[in-house]
Design a protein. Structure first.
Length: 318
């Protein structure tokens, strides 16, 4: 019940703001005012602005916007014609999740999408040591897709698959996994549903997904679909949450990182990790050396990966 969750969140604001919000005219349709006032009760109209990726600044005020099914800064779907955008200092820097850009599939309508090449980021929700966020693989895969789609207007980026096959990270808090078999079927069904697209590329950001991705691609190709996969290349001694991933995240999302300078490096063979799992070889979850990471190195790594994916996309399009 999103209405209840939204009302509870907004009710946490102070009583003075509650008074101002209830006495402020909102919306265009009088018959909906009562409902929206209930939802808006307790909103502080002097909260800081929230940045939204649609190119429109949000002033320190309460807004009601027609046709936007997102409650920006709090999260939720009101399921009505109006949505309240609540600037809130607790959510400063938080975005609504849709980039609202031509390259983003979610910002299109059925009549505007055409027949693009669909890029599908496939990431994970798993431990990345004590210094990187659980969504590291998903964030990186999505960023690479976005960069390529900015260069090739024939591409659009699908919503990322953020929970995948991470069984080797069992035992670490925060890790979620649906397993190889289920992920394989998810990718196959996703590919079958995208017959409207010119083609589909799975952009895989997590090594544990490789078997599922390659199996799904093989199945879809056998069925006559134009599907392929691409994954970043890397150093075999830098398997997980080490130099490369830490550098890339320093470039992309430095605000999400913890201290990486004092983490002990761990080097192990991939075959040992596949056999035993990560925890058996690295209590920290790190497989590599994050101490050497830098944002400049991250920029170079990203540029190389984007170039590789551009070349893959151009091959698919020819």
């Amino acid at each position: 019940m999103p209405h209840q969750g939204v009302a509870h969140t907004l009710a946490e604001q102070d009583a003075t703001a509650h008074h101002h919000a209830r006495n402020r005219p909102i919306g265009r349709h009088p018959q909906q005012h009562a409902h929206l006032r209930d939802v808006a009760g307790g909103v502080d109209t002097h909260r800081h602005r929230v940045d939204v990726h649609d190119g429109k600044p949000r002033p320190r005020d309460l807004h009601v916007v027609i046709g936007k099914p997102l409650l920006v800064g709090v999260g939720g779907d009101l399921g009505a014609a109006h949505t309240v955008i609540v600037p809130d200092r607790r959510c400063e820097g938080v975005t609504c999740g849709w980039k609202n850009a031509p390259m983003d599939l979610g910002s299109h309508r059925t009549g505007t999408i055409g027949s693009p090449l669909l890029l599908v980021p496939v990431g994970s929700c798993e431990q990345h040591g004590p210094h990187l966020p659980l969504a590291t693989d998903t964030l990186i895969a999505t960023a690479i897709c976005d960069a390529v789609a900015q260069r090739h207007t024939t591409c659009v980026v699908a919503p990322a698959i953020g929970i995948a096959a991470s069984g080797e990270h069992a035992g670490f808090a925060g890790t979620l996994s649906i397993g190889v078999e289920v992920l394989t079927q998810v990718l196959v069904e996703l590919g079958r549903s995208a017959d409207w697209a010119h083609g589909l590329v799975f952009v895989n950001g997590h090594g544990g997904n490789m078997h599922a991705v390659t199996t799904a691609v093989r199945t879809l190709i056998t069925e006559g679909r134009r599907v392929s996969a691409w994954s970043p290349t890397g150093d075999g001694n830098d398997l997980h949450a080490g130099h490369a991933e830490t550098s890339v995240m320093l470039r992309l999302h430095p605000d999400l990182l913890g201290d990486h300078a004092a983490i002990d490096p761990v080097h192990v063979e991939l075959s040992d990790v596949v056999r035993d799992g990560v925890a058996a070889h690295s209590p920290s979850g790190v497989l590599g050396d994050p101490r050497t990471a830098s944002a400049d190195a991250g920029a170079a790594i990203i540029a190389n990966w984007v170039t590789q994916l551009v070349q893959h996309v151009e091959h698919v399009l020819t």
